[in-house]
Design a protein around this ligand. Sequence first.
Ligand code: PGA
Length: 250
Amino acid sequence: MKLIYAKDYDSMSAIAATLIANEVYTNPTCVLGLATGSTPVGTYKELIRMHKNNDLDFSKVNTVNLDEYKGLTKDNDQSYAYFMYENLFKHVNIDMEKTNIPNGLNEDIEDECNRYEAVIDSLGGVDIQLLGIGQNGHIGFNEPDKVFVSKTHAIELTQNTIEANARFFNSIDEVPTVAYTMGNRQIMNAKTVVLVANGANKAQAIYDLVAGDANPMSPASILQFHQNAYIICDEAALSLVAQKAPELLK
Ligand code: PGA
């Protein structure tokens, strides 16, 4: 695991986008694992800029997203399908047929989880996985739990996550309470992981990830076992590490 200091949000986004773009340049048919939330928006903006200015070519790339709310249609402006279209896909030359997101409308949980797991396996797994991190340490919607859940699954969102995501909805009552998420197997099998975090509200989660014990109550801490994970943080997200474990920043 490599902890990387970025001076601010733009610099964090530029570093993450460079790692992803390098993968696309060297392996044009790669499988990109993608994330939603406010943190990766800058990374997508930078990738769009590289597409427009440097001919970064997405035409042969496959994508798999981490998660999707259960019950939202693709055209619901809070669905992750909608987010991906608005924040990346419609701005680059991606083949929409090569993009994959859990189907939030599939009522049959077992069927959807098996289908999505098989999609990722059929692509040969993820080459580079972009991740945000929840204030509670979640990656994708792998919430704090007694165990690290391996496979794609449906999960009841914690109150902390519902409250954190309520800012995107008209009211907290509209936030879905269940989501489909890729499990830890596909995330840990990704050849490279790029986690981005900014802001003081992520400082505890980043401290637990890099300095705590690997523990499913801090879901991102499983990345301590990943051989090629880049944890890219701005100063505020690193503030607790700087205070309590400064040796990790050297
Ligand atoms: P955020 O979400 O980027 O909107 O803070 C991150 C996450 O919950 O994974």
